[in-house]
Design a protein around this ligand. Structure first.
Ligand SMILES: NC(=O)c1ccc[n+]([C@@H]2O[C@H](COP(=O)([O-])OP(=O)(O)OC[C@H]3O[C@@H](n4cnc5c(N)ncnc54)[C@H](OP(=O)(O)O)[C@@H]3O)[C@@H](O)[C@H]2O)c1
Length: 345
């Protein structure tokens, strides 16, 4: 494990604050850069230095004041973000200097933890993942989202057909590979031929480029026995189209609705909502924090699959916290494969 990044502490705390709520696409000017002193922990507190910052579609939700599953980030507050950090100083018996943690550490170099639970802090126990940043990828929130969404809500059975959207993304790519482990036929939907090729290289049975093909026809060809599980990451017109291919009693783990996050208009529900009744579909939204108490169960199994080479993840690592406000746009313009991470220092 490289320790370069761990050995170059900065004594200024660079921070990005939420300057204004985005209208439509995120703009760099929605964030304000600030340099603050590095905080000193009091009794019960812990100083953590951030190493890797995960960029996630949910950052866009937190920046807005739409109805959501946590309070939105306040204007002028440090931008909320999941990160991996190392404990530098601790006045809390639960964490020691040198411990690695993940959780809501924010878009900054240093964070002073006052309440581990409020920040959803999880200690990364040795042996550390190699690479360490996998702790926010397939061995962290990304993998855990895919794991519980597919297995707990989707309940796949061998021989069933699973369709996943944003399939070449962080969560989608892990969903498809777990579905293969469970003996399913797996079809991915994504936005380019390059991504489609990558999906079949990691075991997807078929991949559909929704930008260049007619999705309805392509799904009929790729799913001759219909669709039993649609793992939805995007919502919108892709959801409408996949719904018309679902079998009786099919399941939709509703993971994300990224096609709607930048919308400036009220977003309509599925056009064919009636199919939920006619086909007795089960649609269930979930948020990964619902599974906080079962986190280690997923990490253990994801770790074993990763070691056996059954789950692979691509990473795009961007150097420097200062790039975060621009790089986050890649989640929305689909300009990356796999998991997008900023190496902070
Ligand atoms: N419920 C939870 O707890 C939870 C946890 C993590 C993530 N999520 C959700 O899961 C989804 C995927 O997250 P992720 O972290 O894995 O991100 P990601 O898939 O790595 O990146 C986002 C991808 O979404 C697709 N996309 C972007 N704009 C789109 C649009 N207008 N229409 C259709 N597709 C679009 C693009 O993929 P293509 O190139 O394939 O179009 C893009 O690469 C998001 O909706 C996110 O909010 C939910």
């Amino acid at each position: 494990m490289s320790t370069n990044v761990e050995n170059t502490p900065k004594r200024v705390n660079r921070q990005f604050l939420l300057a204004c709520r985005p209208v439509g696409d995120i703009k760099e000017s929605d964030f304000e850069y600030k340099e603050a002193p590095v905080p000193t922990p009091n009794q019960g507190e812990v100083l953590v230095r951030n190493l890797y910052l995960s960029l996630d579609p949910t950052n866009r939700i937190w920046m807005s004041d739409m109805a959501q599953y946590m309070p939105p980030v306040e204007l002028g507050e440090v931008m909320r973000g999941v990160a991996i950090g190392v404990v530098e100083e601790s006045k809390n018996p639960n964490l020691q200097p040198g411990d690695y943690v993940t959780g809501l550490l924010g878009w900054q170099d240093y964070v002073l933890l006052k309440d581990e639970q409020a920040n959803f802090i999880t200690k990364i126990n040795p042996p550390l993942p190699d690479p360490l940043f996998a702790a926010v990828g397939q061995l962290g929130p990304t993998g855990v989202t895919a794991y519980f969404g597919l297995l707990d809500i989707g309940q796949p059975k061998p021989g069933e057909t699973v369709v996943v959207s944003a399939a070449a993304g962080a969560v989608g790519s892990v969903v498809g590979q777990i579905a293969k482990i469970k003996g399913c036929r797996v079809v991915g939907i994504t936005s380019s031929d390059e991504k489609c090729q990558w999906l079949t290289s990691v075991g997807f049975d078929a991949a559909i480029n929704y930008k260049t093909t007619d999705l309805n026809t392509a799904l009929a060809n790729a799913c001759p026995n219909g669709v039993d599980i649609y793992f939805d990451n995007v919502g919108g017109s892709i959801l409408d189209t996949v719904m018309s291919h679902l079998n009786l009693f099919a399941r939709i783990p509703l993971c994300g609705l990224i096609s709607t996050y930048n919308s400036t208009q009220p977003v309509p529900g599925p056009l064919n909502f009636n199919l939920i009744l006619m086909k007795r579909l089960r649609v269930q939204g979930f948020i990964i924090s619902d599974y906080h108490n079962r986190w280690h169960e997923a990490i253990k199994e994801l770790g074993e699959w990763t070691k056996l080479g059954k789950i692979k993840q691509e990473y795009e690592i961007v150097e420097g916290l200062e790039k975060a406000p621009k790089e986050i746009l890649k989640l929305f313009n689909a300009n990356k494969i796999g998991k997008l991470i900023v190496k902070v220092a």
